[in-house]
Ligand binder design. Structure first.
Ligand code: GAR
Length: 201
């Protein structure tokens, strides 16, 4: 299965997908897209000889209306948003219905929505005095963080002393569940029934 990964920065989730042993024979990352000209994730992509694209309006960038055609040409079957911070164009969502997933660093439907990304999420969780946090993988629909939930895993944060500590614990979980969900897609083990998503074993 050919996939595209959208990133905005560090790319540790991209790295987790690329280095997950079970995915090596199942999945090929054929494109990495970012809203940044340069980011750590692009360095990782280049190490793996993966095409990179910057989405934007300047020269050398691809316009967001072009994304769908580019990904179709590359035969992409699944789009993974791994820390991509821009809203996804409607056209892409319509053309890749139930084929775009996002990783969110908290337990949705709490701590999601516009502006809730990266450390903003972990600070809100910390300030809420919640005792657990976690990671969520969900389908992408037309607004932020509201699509159907595919997978979640929680982590105990009852003893943390900072939002950074929450971020560290959650990231470890992200790196486990994201490749697992991508694998389930590649093996056709994801079923949508009414409003629920079932991941078959
Ligand atoms: C990850 O923690 C991801 O969950 C988060 O951005 C980080 C990207 O890290 N995404 C969001 O907050 C989306 N709302 P990475 O570039 O190292 O994978």
């Amino acid at each position: 299965m050919k996939i595209a990964v959208f990133v905005s920065g560090r790319g540790s989730n991209l790295n987790a997908i690329l280095n997950y042993p079970d995915l090596k024979s199942l999945v090929e990352v054929v494109a990495v897209l970012s809203d940044k000209i340069d980011c750590k994730a692009f360095e990782i992509a280049k190490e793996f000889d993966i095409k990179t694209f910057t989405v934007g309006k300047n020269e050398g960038m691809i316009h967001q209306d072009e994304i769908t055609a580019i990904l179709k040409k590359l035969n992409v079957e699944l789009i993974v948003l791994a820390g991509y911070l821009k809203l996804i164009p409607f056209m892409l969502i319509e053309n890749f219905e139930n084929r775009i997933i996002n990783i969110h660093p908290a337990l949705l439907p709490s701590f999601g929505g516009k502006g809730m990304y990266g450390m903003n999420v972990h600070r809100s969780v910390y300030n809420s005095s919640a005792k657990v946090s976690g990671a969520t993988i969900h389908f992408v629909d037309k607004s932020y963080d509201t699509g159907k939930i595919i997978s979640q895993k929680c982590v105990d944060i009852s003893d943390v002393k900072s939002p950074e500590e929450i971020a560290d614990r959650v990231l470890k979980i992200e790196h486990q569940i994201l490749p697992e969900v991508v694998k389930a897609f590649a093996e056709d083990r994801i079923i949508i029934e009414d409003n629920r998503v079932i991941v078959l074993n």
